[in-house]
Design a protein around this ligand. Structure first.
Ligand code: ADP
Ligand code: ADP
Ligand code: MG
Length: 654
């Protein structure tokens, strides 16, 4: 068996691999970028090696630094986790050349199956149905446009090297083709260093069904049944489960056999996932199904397979990498019960799922029967803008689907994250949605239902609660000052001193609600301050869920209905109060990297025209002109890192 494994990854997956290695008596080496060294995974390993600054290119993607760290620490193997170098055949080869074991498939199989284009060719050769389309080498825009016309609109443009939903664009008609092709190529180049794309027919109402396969170095390949990952937002998985609801025996037999056949055709070793789309929403024996890609690595959602099979997939990976036979034969692998996973991400679902960065002031997750929480963070951890926004996976298992979903729903309700926004309310809305409960979803479900799933607008109840907390805190401070006999005449809170005068007063106050200046009405009576949001539709008390507040420095983080609202005083010193120029300033909505600036100073723009693209946490955010005008100033360069609120461009009237 292996003696010491280096984990070339971070966060929850690094921690999860360390857990299994430790149970098997294998020592662990973590590598961490500077902002990550305080995270739980870096502490959990037997040894941690700092490998560089935050940007992945200088740390988790720096193959030579990682191999050097393995050599220096005497590791005999490298586990790549997922993302980063996990599907990089050159890295796998370099690991082997350094005399180390790569915990994953052989570079040759990765090369054959890692790219979507060649994988489709191999699938066709193995008799596996693929989505009709163009997956040739020729990449000239006119040739690709011709291929799209041949396939027939709508078409899907996909990065050949793609993953995580990046570099993928749905094109409705020919007019949109050229700009969407350019944007897909740019994203693919930035994310994978490879701008090549393929064109596919759009499968109607697809279910995303994938089969977990495992091969060993003795020529055996087995499958561990299927997972259903149809709940997706922008082609990225949100909730996954096993088994797939409504899966017919015949379809399961056909798809698992095809997956094993494909893996066998390249002598596949280690863990892999063969992804398919099933057309039409159902999983009947006759439903058309197509191979889309193979992921030559462990999958984010592997825990649902572990929950229903009772197996540890990382243990299997380590055993196979050490040259052992697969622990079980096909007939010995059984699936029992049901499991569901939800990806908890640091993102602001009410603001278009913008990534949310910052220090986590509180992180609490429940424990209980049938529950598994794989978290990469803890109270005090800092979410940086460099990596994926997923902070934890919540996995629930039960005897049947309803029981598993109920458990996961309760687990979400008991999860408390303060300091960054999360998608918890969105996940909860999905789990309780009647269509999801009936198992009637396809990959377009979230897109169609988004308005009812993502929380909207301001949470008036949370604002009122937060402002009351701020006022009480201010009162305590004033009281303490009075006791010290040192009145602060020029206090920025002077307006509040009025509240000391007596009951039944009303006053209008400015606060920052999630950074946005907002006026609130405060009414006092003997029981204290009562806050109302003008125009706010505060729910009647009976309908209000539990609310709690976490004081964090100058701000109060209010948790209510699985959402966080941040409340702070609006200072009058100008720093925040530049609404006067707000219409003309184009600011970065998040911390990130300026991926593209479309215009130069002096350019005339129409309302809605693209100005720049900010890239953060794997996503591109396009900033458009809020109105027509002239670009008076471009304040950033392409490639530059910017912080949230930084000025990108200035817009003036023509
Ligand atoms: P899966 O197909 O296993 O569900 P995805 O295709 O969504 O997973 O991507 C794999 C995972 O790898 C991501 O969810 C993320 O956690 C991680 N990942 C991928 N790319 C990166 C990256 N550039 N930086 C950090 N993490 C990444
Ligand atoms: P990635 O490498 O980013 O995981 P995939 O090829 O696996 O890319 O596709 C991810 C998701 O995008 C699929 O699960 C599906 O929801 C959607 N998708 C991909 N190809 C098609 C297609 N041809 N028609 C409809 N949806 C598609
Ligand atoms: Mg995929």
């Amino acid at each position: 068996m292996l003696k010491r494994v280096l984990i070339a990854n971070r966060g929850e997956i690094a921690l999860r691999i360390i857990g299994t290695a430790r149970r098997l008596g294998i020592e662990t080496v973590a590598v961490g970028s500077e902002p990550d060294l305080a995270l739980p995974f870096a502490r959990a390993a037997d040894v941690v090696v700092p490998i560089g600054p935050g940007p992945a290119g200088e740390s988790y993607l720096a193959a030579d630094k990682i191999i050097a760290a393995a050599r220096e620490t005497g590791a005999d193997a490298i586990h790549p986790g997922y993302g980063f170098l996990a599907e990089n055949a050159d890295f796998a080869e370099a690991v082997a050349a350094a005399g180390l074991v790569f915990v994953g498939p052989q570079p040759d199989a990765m090369r054959k199956l890692g790219g979507k284009a060649q994988a489709k060719a191999i699938a066709i050769a193995a008799g596996v149905p693929v989505v009709p389309g163009y997956h040739g080498e020729e990449q000239r825009p006119d040739i690709l446009a011709g291929a799209a016309r041949g396939v027939g609109y709508p078409v899907m443009i996909k990065a050949v090297a793609g993953g995580g939903g990046r570099g993928m664009r749905l094109v409705e008609n020919e007019a949109e083709f050229a700009p969407l092709l350019a944007s897909a190529q740019r994203e693919a180049e930035a994310a994978f260093g490879d701008p090549r794309v393929l064109i596919e027919k759009v499968v109607a109402a697809p279910r995303h069904i994938e089969v977990q396969v495992f091969g060993d170095s003795h020529g055996d390949v087995v499958h561990l049944f299927e997972r259903d990952c149809s709940l997706q937002r922008r082609n990225q998985k949100v909730i996954e489960e096993a088994p797939a609801p409504g899966m017919t025996r015949q379809l399961r037999a056909a798809m698992t056999a095809a997956a094993v056949e494909l893996a066998k055709s390249v002598g596949y070793q280690g863990a892999g996932t063969v992804e398919f789309l099933v057309e039409g929403g159902g999983l009947g024996a006759d439903a058309p199904w197509y191979f889309i890609e193979m992921n030559t690595r462990l999958q984010v959602e592997h825990p649902v397979t572990e929950a229903v099979t009772g197996l540890d997939l990382v243990e299997w990976q380590l055993r196979v990498a050490a040259g052992e036979r697969l622990p079980l034969e096909q007939g010995e692998i059984v699936s029992a019960g049901h499991a569901v996973e939800a990806r908890l991400c640091a993102e602001d679902a009410a603001r278009g799922f913008l990534p949310s960065v910052g220090r986590i002031a509180r992180f609490e997750t429940p424990a209980g029967e049938g529950l598994r929480i794989d978290a990469g963070v803890e109270t005090g951890s800092v979410i940086s803008p460099f990596y994926d926004s997923m902070v934890a996976k919540l996995v629930a298992a039960g005897p049947d689907r309803a029981a598993a979903i109920d458990r996961l729903t309760r687990a979400l309700e008991q999860t408390m994250v303060a300091g960054v926004k999360t998608n918890a309310a969105f996940l909860h809305a999905l789990l309780v949605h009647p269509a999801f409960r009936r198992g009637e979803v396809d990959t377009g479900f979230i897109g169609r239902e988004l308005a009812g799933l993502a929380p909207q607008g301001i949470d008036a109840h949370a604002v009122a609660h937060g402002v009351e907390c701020l006022i009480r805190r201010r009162q305590d401070e004033l009281e303490a000052q009075r006791l010290r006999l040192s009145p602060e005449r020029h206090s920025p809170w002077a307006a509040l001193d009025g509240f000391q005068l007596g009951p039944q007063r009303r006053q209008s106050l400015d606060v920052l609600v999630d950074g946005v200046r907002t006026a609130v009405e405060v009414r006092w009576d003997r029981s204290g301050p009562h806050v109302e949001l003008p125009g706010g539709d505060a729910a009647p008390p009976a309908q209000r869920g539990q609310v709690s507040a976490v004081a964090d420095g100058d701000r109060v983080l209010v948790l209510h209905d699985l959402r966080q609202t941040e409340i702070a005083w609006a200072l009058r010193d100008g720093a925040m109060a530049d609404e006067a120029s707000a219409g003309s300033a184009i600011r970065a909505p998040i911390n990130g990297r300026v991926a593209k600036v479309f215009l130069a100073e002096g350019a005339a723009v129409d309302k809605g025209q693209r100005i720049a693209v900010i890239e953060a946490m794997k996503m591109e955010h396009v900033l458009v002109a809020p109105r027509a005008g002239t670009i008076a100033r471009i304040a950033v360069d392409e490639g530059q890192q910017v912080t949230e609120g930084a000025l990108l461009a200035g817009l003036v009237d023509e």
